[in-house]
Ligand binder design. Structure first.
Ligand code: ADP
Ligand code: F6P
Length: 331
């Protein structure tokens, strides 16, 4: 293996830059040529390719976003698009490709490998933490920190107004950001898609807290809480507010959507370290002739695993964290 490429794809996440940095530096230290492909599969199709040097990735380990850009690219799902992507890889002599992204991005990598014989390694980059085979995905820890820190700020105004605040967070169909953030900031309740949302129970909790003398509540809701699959990003907070007002018309309540703030700002130290370790392992896999592998972390150790095997796993819901976040007495 003499030449490799790296791209970031799908929703960006903190830690992607750390993974790009390590992929480039690790490749260079093994005398490989390394290309950065801008804007994910779209850039691969369009030929947006740049040869990377040590300087190209200087000072980026901590930074949010991704310096090589990302995109969602429907064209990659078509044979025509895939052929263009492969033509770019051939043009630059790229034999191995490191794909940093989520489940969708890994599907694209799988196609490049199985249909076109490109060696691919996947690094899990998504704030959602929705991949079953790994304990953590890049960006999850940083997104949780953003939520926890912002909810701590919200407490100031909510508590002095005796207000309840419904805070909507990201995660698609996965409740991990909501649950871990709820623990980290002592929220009064958390609602996640894996369990489903019970408006009556939530209203009872708010009434109970009021009877106990606590009139300010933080309720964290994951954007996918309607477990019937009717994901309505950016609107769930308002719906929950309305559900509460229907049951408690006099309730002093507001909704807040944290939105893309969760993908912004510096990566936490955990995500930086994870990105660096994962980028380096991806390069070592390619140098060892491995393909169709995904990188993950379990019990604090970074590992690689067969891509198809890993993607077939079903994510286990973390009931312990959910119950801890909801059941600690808060008054
Ligand atoms: P994520 O990687 O964060 O899950 P997406 O689901 O949006 O994000 O996927 C990112 C990109 O991966 C898509 O825009 C598309 O270019 C590519 N992709 C997703 N699914 C497939 C597929 N079945 N075949 C080929 N490419 C795919
Ligand atoms: O998959 C990451 C994620 O941030 C989800 O949590 C969220 O639903 C989605 O991407 C938002 O996508 P976009 O950036 O395209 O609005």
């Amino acid at each position: 293996m003499k030449t490799i490429g790296v791209l970031t794809s799908g929703g960006d996440s903190q830690g992607m830059n750390a993974a790009v940095y390590a992929t480039v530096r690790s490749a260079l230290s093994r005398n490989l040529t390394v290309y950065g492909i801008h804007h994910g599969y779209q850039g691969l199709i369009n030929g947006e390719v740049e040869q990377m040097t040590a300087k190209s990735v200087e000072g980026i380990v901590h930074r949010g976003g991704t310096v090589i850009g990302t995109a969602r690219c429907p064209e990659m799902k078509t044979v025509e698009g895939q052929k263009k992507a492969v033509a770019t890889l051939k043009k630059y002599g790229i034999e191995g490709l490191v794909v940093i992204g989520g489940d969708g991005s890994f599907q694209g990598a799988k196609v490049l490998s199985t249909q076109y014989g490109i060696k691919v390694i996947g690094i899990p980059g998504t704030i959602d933490n929705d991949l079953a085979y790994t304990d953590y995905t890049l960006g999850f820890d940083s997104a949780v920190a953003v939520v926890a820190n912002n909810v701590t700020l919200l407490r100031d105004t909510m508590s002095c107004n005796d207000r309840t605040c419904v805070v909507e967070v990201m995660g698609r169909d996965c409740g991990d950001i909501a649950m871990f953030a709820a623990l980290a900031c002592g929220a009064e309740a958390v609602c996640v898609p894996e369990v489903g949302y019970d408006p009556e129970a939530l209203a009872q909790l708010v009434l109970h807290n009021a009877q106990m003398g606590k009139k300010d509540n933080i309720i964290i809701v994951a954007e996918g809480i309607r477990s019937d699959g009717t994901l309505d990003k950016g609107r769930e907070a308002d719906k929950v507010v309305n559900d509460l007002l229907k049951r408690i018309p006099e309730l002093n309540v507001r909704g807040t959507v944290l939105g893309h703030l969760q993908r912004s700002g510096d990566a936490t130290v955990f995500d930086r370290r994870l990105g660096v370790e994962m980028g380096d392992l991806a390069v070592r896999c390619l140098v060892d002739g491995k393909t169709d592998r995904v990188i993950g972390i379990k019990n604090d150790a970074v590992f690689d695993e067969d891509m198809l095997f890993a993607l077939a796993k079903k994510k286990q819901f973390n009931k312990r964290i959910y119950e801890l976040a909801n059941n600690l007495v808060k008054y």
